[in-house]
Design a binder for this molecule. Sequence first.
Ligand code: SAM
Length: 309
Amino acid sequence: MRKQSTAPAHLLGSSKLNPPQLALSYFLLPALMRFDILTIFPDFFRGPFDYGVVPRAFREKIAEAHTHDLRAFTHDRHRTVDDRPFGGGEGMVLKPQPIFDCADSLNLAPRATRDTTRESVILLSAQGKRFTQATARRLAKLDRVVLICGRYEGVDERVSQLLCDEELSIGDYVLSGGELAAAIIVDAVVRLLPGVLGHADSSRYESFGEGDEPSTESVVTDPNEPKGTRTTNASAGLLDYPHYTRPADFRGTPIPEVLAEGDHLKIRKWRRQAQLAKTLANRPDLLLKADLSDDDREYLATLRAGEHQ
Ligand code: SAM
């Protein structure tokens, strides 16, 4: 059977530059990050990759994603990708052979050298390590990420043992396939790539963002405000603060007054406290690892004291 990769045309990064332009672009353009997705449902990704920043990143050659149909790597006329589990039990298991043959066709570096080549082969699995924003930041530094989507009862364990660098789970629940998980990982990683979000620092100031140090820009967007005055804290592992837009009064609920007063320091303090309150209410586990100041701890103590009254 002919080995083919099915990459929807709009996902492929075909270059129309001539050789001197190409050479120049090597120095001027951000590196192109490549995703390869191994799946029995390549068309699944048309929806998730057609909206928002992901297709923009593909169009602007910041990233590209190639889907590979595992059935194209089978050798029987039924294009069989699964088989019964050894030892008995429920359901079917994805066979290793189409996955290994597909991976062989991708010219990946051997596992031992993938750190240096900045490649990673990942099996999506409910049994994997938890995919977090920190994982997304780590993957965003790579040149190439290969995502293997399981189906049925899962994937023959030798795929994890011999081919993959890690297994990732997107949460403590069981999906019917790895495709949704792969789409989520591509989305979370692509939006971190330089040039994808409008604001270089955006990802620092949202939920699970990093600490406050090297900020490349001020986060004040009002042109009348003094340059360099920031109304936002880096989230440093906390959840984001609440956002409001016009109208200032909606169905009888006004925005917090401080946000309309124009005092940057006060806004910054209010936002930090709102972040702390939301994190304490919804994700207290994050507070254990968050980068907290003495003021933060004091405010949390007040909130906790209030909870116990
Ligand atoms: N028997 C497996 C178990 O209990 O862990 C579940 C298999 S699940 C029905 C089929 C496929 O969906 C998995 O091989 C994996 O690729 C994907 N999957 C399911 N849950 C996932 C999760 N939380 N994160 C990432 N992938 C998941």
